[in-house]
Design a protein around this ligand. Structure first.
Ligand code: ADA
Length: 554
């Protein structure tokens, strides 16, 4: 399942999930068969395999058409071939991309996806890291059959004006043919009758952006933990006959950052959140919907209201679940702890730019996303690093002016980028990496922020945590016991949750995750980051109930 609702009723489409043929060598027999979505690490022959692998599938097209292959995530690089012809290359495991193919004849066609999860100079963002870069087609794939002129994308921005909800709708329409096009766009709200109308003309091969505004009376706002969602259905018509459609699910909510506070629909919010890696001991990063739903339940039962998609854009089905449950999402572009040298990799700027574009354009309509984050713990203490932070924040603001920005820093007392985001976020590990008490740690941090003249911005503690290996229990409470993790989180959360000097705290982390062996084996027992309050199988550690006590769960 690609999304949790139908994005098209008129446009013909099919999901390509299921078994695909697989081979390590594209020119040889495809001797394996692997599930899509899935990580190849789940196959006994590829538990630790890093390198190239080719997936193959045939599709049947019943009449001549244009098609679009939509990949929600391939880890981490790939080249897509259609009937043996290279169509597109894509980098980054965590963002969706589309491959458009014109004039496909009726009959059987072959899709081949050559996937590569190797590290090296070519890959600036996927590096050996404190999480695992799995291999494979790890998120759903679908095929859409397109008319010659079709709707590419819609973006909805709500705004409350004098107590009335209004919305701006931006629709991208593309002419895939060599003919002039004249038609209409019709807008429907929540299954009801048409509420707006636009005439549209396109030259051959032209793409156009159409902007429309409307008032929506009697709608309920999307609130934290009390979400209300609506369907926005845009139809492309010729002489009133519908030739294409695009449905989005939207919510009415407004975000405001004022002084040191964050407001949603005029109400102040304190973020009680989790950092979550897409990782599971059985499924790797290809988390099935069932596990996503379980994660959401486990998270909500602690009393949490927020999730940070550390450190990359998430599967859209998970974002859909957050929309449905009223969870506040901080979505982050892909980057973790990149040194200045790594930020100077010749591919870094382009790979970040593509990731941010794909993240914002594809995830714009999720009401749950309330913060865009970038470059977790990168070289924000350096002048060159600063230029990268500036560029990326500028890019985000061009794409979306409605959401505040942030980045999580660990460059305590050295960071030179605090003036750039709307919200200052710091990763603090009192009593784990740092012997200082939580109070002292926080007050030093706040004094420093104040001394940099940034004291008027909201501050989020974007990470706090401690390691605890599931099942390692001892009343000595030595490092790595569940007891030690519990004691630390208890002390830290006692000081941070609902502390009026900050506007939120996020636990590092929700679930344990696999890490790459290189560089990490000395500090990561079991080659896992063990700071989850549940383990990789979602078994609760002692710390789970401690977080629940502080977050106010039931
Ligand atoms: C950092 C980082 C996380 C994780 C964490 C830890 O703050 O942002 O990705 O590595 O530390 O467990 O040490």
């Amino acid at each position: 399942m690609v999304r949790l609702f139908d994005t098209h009723v008129i446009r013909k489409h099919a999901e390509l999930d299921g078994m695909w043929e697989f081979s390590l060598n594209e020119n040889e027999r495809f001797e394996y068969s692997l599930p899509v979505p899935g990580c190849w690490e789940q196959h006994p022959d590829f538990r630790t395999y890093r390198g190239k692998g080719t997936y193959r599938k045939e599709i049947f097209v019943d009449e001549k058409t244009n098609i679009c292959l939509e990949f929600k995530g391939v880890s981490h690089s790939c080249e897509v071939f259609f009937d043996g012809v290279s169509m597109q290359k894509h980098y980054n495991a965590f963002t969706p991309f589309r491959v458009y193919i014109a004039d496909v004849s009726s009959g059987t066609h072959e899709i081949r996806v050559c996937v590569d999860n190797s590290f090296g100079e070519h890959s600036a963002l996927h590096i050996p890291n404190d999480y695992y870069t799995y291999g494979g087609i790890t998120r759903p794939v679908s095929v859409e059959y397109l008319p010659e002129v079709f709707i590419e994308n819609i973006r909805f921005s709500p705004k409350c004006i004098n107590g009335v909800w209004c919305g701006t709708i931006v629709v991208n329409v593309r002419n895939f043919s060599d003919k002039y096009f004249k038609g209409e766009l019709k807008y429907f709200f929540d299954g009801n009758s048409e509420f707006a109308f636009d005439n549209i003309e396109l030259n051959p091969y032209e793409s156009k952006e159409i902007v429309t505004s409307a008032e929506f009376s009697d709608v309920k706002p999307w609130e934290v933990l009390k979400p209300q969602l609506y369907y926005l259905d845009v139809r492309l018509c010729v002489d009133s006959v519908v030739i294409d459609d695009y449905i989005e699910r939207i919510g009415f909510r407004e975000i405001e950052v004022a002084g040191k506070r964050f407001f949603l629909n005029g109400r102040e919010v304190f973020f009680k959140g989790f950092n979550r890696h897409e990782d599971h001991s059985i499924f790797g990063c290809a988390i099935p919907l069932q596990i996503m739903a379980e994660d959401i339940e486990l998270i909500l039962k602690t009393g949490a209201n927020a999730i940070r998609t550390s450190h990359y854009p998430n599967d859209e089905r998970f974002l859909d679940l957050c929309d449905e449950r009223g969870i506040l999402v901080w979505e982050e572009n892909h980057a973790r702890a990149l040194s200045l040298e790594r930020m100077q990799n010749p591919n870094f700027d382009r790979q970040c730019r593509d990731c941010i574009n794909e993240m914002i354009i594809n995830h714009y309509n999720h009401p749950s996303i309330v913060i865009w984050g970038i470059l977790n713990e990168c070289a924000s203490e350096t002048e060159i690093g600063r230029t990268k932070y500036i560029e990326q924040f500028e890019q985000i603001k061009k794409l979306d002016k409605t959401r505040p920005t942030s980045f999580a820093t660990c460059q305590h007392f050295k960071d030179i980028c605090l003036d750039l985001p709307d919200i200052i976020s710091v990763n603090l590990y009192p009593l784990w990496y740092d012997e200082t008490s939580p109070e002292e740690c926080l007050s030093k941090e706040l004094e420093w922020i104040e001394s940099k003249n940034q004291g008027e911005k909201p501050v989020i503690i974007s990470e706090v945590g401690a390691g605890g290996i599931y099942g390692y229990r001892s009343d000595t409470a030595v490092r790595w016991t569940e007891e030690r993790q519990q004691i630390i989180l208890d002390e830290v959360l006692e000081k941070f949750v609902n502390n009026s000097e900050i506007c939120g705290v996020y636990i590092w982390q929700f679930c344990d995750c696999r890490v790459t062996e290189e560089e990490w084996f000395m500090v990561r027992p079991k080659t896992r980051n063990n700071k989850g309050i549940v383990d990789g199988y979602r078994r609760k550690k002692l710390a789970y109930d401690t977080v629940k006590k502080h977050f106010g769960g039931i």
